[in-house]
Write a protein that binds this ligand. Structure first.
Ligand SMILES: Cc1cc2nc3c(=O)[nH]c(=O)nc-3n(C[C@H](O)[C@H](O)[C@H](O)COP(=O)(O)OP(=O)(O)OC[C@H]3O[C@@H](n4cnc5c(N)ncnc54)[C@H](O)[C@@H]3O)c2cc1C
Length: 405
């Protein structure tokens, strides 16, 4: 009998975790499994703000996919997915096409710029290793240029972060620590540097406990971050941003705008012909696409409603990895001819946002709030746990965060 072909798209938290679990559950004779990813490495998306700020090296946040998967069980194809054709059960790649019996879509997120003029063209985004490294290099370059020009340009030393959500705040925490180092390195007075957060809502971190929000704001303000709250970004040019607050428009000269205020599912999903809800596939409890049950969707491309709040669960690495485990279980069951599939249930293990190397805040174990060093320690435990789950003790020892102090 022909072996079923399982095709996994994306080696992020969702896709790679599905592959890692499947290789444990299925033997080489059970199924032929292929994993496709744009790069030959996986990157920890949850560490990209550190790469962007320059507080960790890009190589710290990535590792070779072939070091994690069992290549005798999984065929790894380094290629870019161009489109999914679910009616024909095939996927078009830059360098060919692949057919499947079962598909797992784990293609992650991309920036959503909501049509704000100039944002797509002129702002930076923290979406992958290359984009994050570019931000680091760009900031370094502008600091280096500052003292090499007769006419001083303060816009070289002004960094604007659009969005005070999770990613924006974590990035600001890293920047606030990195800027004093940059000032020392490039002979610049710290007072000449501005780090500005522009957030449309009246508060940063909407949805977080007010005590945690206050802690985060105080921590960042103490390190020189300025907040413009209730401020809607109107335009971004290579040298400025304009926002509107209380009916008044203000323009700030800056050569560095980092847009961290919105992500959406990879647009390949929307274009694929799979039934979707604002670009994401609202999956069945078994994580299948309702319009094409042989297609499973995990991570940021999947939409799952939280029955308690009536709103979708936010896209996180935490939920992506939990989904991947259920997805792998269900695929293994289907391959073995079992019809009773597992229903996904999210277990909320809490959320901790870092505010730099040694500061953080969040809530874990239900509603236990953590601040400062304890929270920062917990954040490192969470980061290390994800490495361990993906690549065991070997990966943890190679890439883990053990620099506690
Ligand atoms: C700075 C930052 C901090 C975050 N912090 C946290 C946190 O603390 N906790 C938390 O739970 N979540 C956090 N998140 C969110 C979390 O990173 C995402 O929810 C998670 O990465 C989603 O996993 P995924 O598998 O869907 O996608 P990803 O991890 O993004 O993986 C997608 C994969 O698909 C590949 N790919 C994309 N397009 C193509 C293509 N066309 N062809 C081939 N391959 C392709 C990519 O290269 C990548 O390997 C953070 C996100 C950011 C950006």
């Amino acid at each position: 009998m022909k072996k079923p072909r399982i095709l996994i798209l994306g080696a992020g938290y969702g896709g790679l975790m599905t592959a890692v679990k499947l290789q444990k559950k299925l033997g080489v004779n059970d199924a032929s499994i292929t994993l496709v990813n744009k790069h030959d490495y996986h990157y920890e998306s949850t560490w990209l703000h550190e790469v962007a700020a320059g507080t960790i090296a890009p190589d710290k946040a990535r590792f070779a996919i072939k070091d994690i998967i069992n290549t005798s069980k999984i065929d790894f194809v380094q290629d870019t997915v161009l489109s999914i054709e679910p009616d024909d059960k095939k996927v078009i790649l830059e360098d060919g096409e692949l057919e499947y019996d079962y598909l797992v879509v784990g293609l992650g997120f991309e920036a959503a710029t909501f049509g704000i003029p100039g944002l797509l063209e002129n702002a930076f985004t923290i979406g992958n290793i290359n984009q994050s490294r570019l931000i680091r290099e760009h900031i370094d370059y502008n600091f280096a240029m500052y003292n090499n020009e007769k006419e001083k340009k303060p816009e070289r030393l002004t960094i604007v972060v659009g969005g005070g959500g999770f990613t924006g705040i974590e990035f600001l925490g890293e920047l606030a620590n990195r800027v004093p180092e940059l000032c020392k390195e490039y002979d610049i007075d710290r007072d000449q540097v501005r780090i500005i957060n522009v957030e449309g809502a009246p508060t940063i971190l909407p949805g977080f406990d007010p005590e945690l929000v206050e802690y985060a704001m105080n921590s960042l303000e103490k390190r020189g971050v300025e907040f413009k709250l209730g401020a809607m970004l109107k335009e971004c040019t290579p040298d400025s941003i304009t926002f509107e607050k209380d009916g008044e428009q203000e323009t700030i000269a800056t050569k560095t705008t980092v847009w961290a205020a919105g992500v959406r599912a990879n647009s390949i999903v929307e274009k694929s012909g799979l039934e979707h809800n604002r670009g994401k596939v609202e999956v069945s409890p078994e994580l299948r696409a309702p319009s094409h049950p042989e297609v499973f969707v995990v991570g940021d491309c999947a939409l799952i409603m939280n029955e308690e709040t009536g709103r979708p669960y936010p896209p996180t690495a935490q939920i992506a990895m939990q989904e991947a485990e259920v997805c792998a279980d269900n695929l293994a069951k289907l391959v073995k001819g079992e019809d009773e599939l597992e229903a996904f249930e999210f277990i909320n293990r809490g959320t901790v946002a870092s505010l730099g190397h040694s500061d953080a805040m969040g809530a874990v174990f239900g509603d236990k709030k953590l601040f400062g060093f304890t929270a920062s320690l917990m954040k490192k435990v969470i980061d290390n746990r994800s490495l361990f789950k993906l690549g065991g003790i070997g990966l943890l020892l190679k890439k883990g965060k053990f620099n506690i102090f």
